[in-house]
Design a protein around this ligand. Sequence first.
Ligand SMILES: [Zn+2]
Ligand SMILES: [Zn+2]
Length: 337
Amino acid sequence: MKALKLSEPKGALTLEEVEKPAPGEGEILIKVEASGLCYTDVHLCDGDWEMVDAQIKRDLTLGHEAIGIIDEVGPGVTERSVGERVAAPFLRSACGTCKQCRRGEENHCPNATALGMSHDGSHAEYVIAVADFVVPVPDGVTPEQAAPLACAGMSVLGALRNAKVGVGQIVGVIGVGGQGHYTIQLAKTMGATVIAMDIDPSKVDLALQLGADKAYCVTDESLLPELMAFGMDVVVVTAPSHDAHRLALAIVAFGGTISLCAVPGGETPISMTACAFKGIKLLSQAVATRQELIDILDLAAAGRVTSHVETRPLEQGAESLAQLRNREIVGRVVLVP
Ligand SMILES: [Zn+2]
Ligand SMILES: [Zn+2]
């Protein structure tokens, strides 16, 4: 089968012919229908995440937003069956017994494994997933629409819940990319007024189409007074840039919350003076739980959230990643083997 392989962080990215894998105990083999391209793939290629370097498999098949049909079930699998369409998310498995798992935070399990990072992922014709961690895709949601929900969509749903976004709040969204375009729709569904920001005018247009109340192209500091005047209760940062974090700190209201969703490499200088004097809460979370995946798929089936996607053949995976790195993609690219 074909698979998009990364030899090692900062290494070669090539489409290769590899052996079709077989499911082990508790695992399933999925015939991939759609696999979302995520900025995480760029971070892995670029070796941005030194902290998790030891967890990154060498000779890795990228891809962690997988939708497909179960082709084979391994020994001990009883809940899932051949022929079912499922979503396999970045959170490939969690231990189920640690403190975090027991309190419902499986996404913070120290023993978790990650699809397309610690284990081979879904930019391929087939992928192995852990049966207990996949979720059925409801009728009415196409594989292409569902794929980015299995990382970008579920993550920002978790982030908005974490930040307790609700009716009447003013929510800023910095970055109208994969995560950002879902954040706008979800925050509107939750009853918030949404102010979107990006550095690309075409993404500002997309934000307005998706229902943002206001959208700004923020390429310099001239708009800061206007943005600060909104008094944003929550600012969600979905652009993987340190400038975006600095902007969030400047525009969030006193006592407000900054939700950190994008994961740029390196270190972001955050003014503790600003945090303390403004009383800012900084929140982050590792992707989200299976419950968020179930919920975001249901929201998609109900027409409350739409994926702005472009499908491309797996052969265009490497060049699509380069375009994603250069911020040339609007919405989300989904690879179809
Ligand atoms: Zn992702
Ligand atoms: Zn655990």
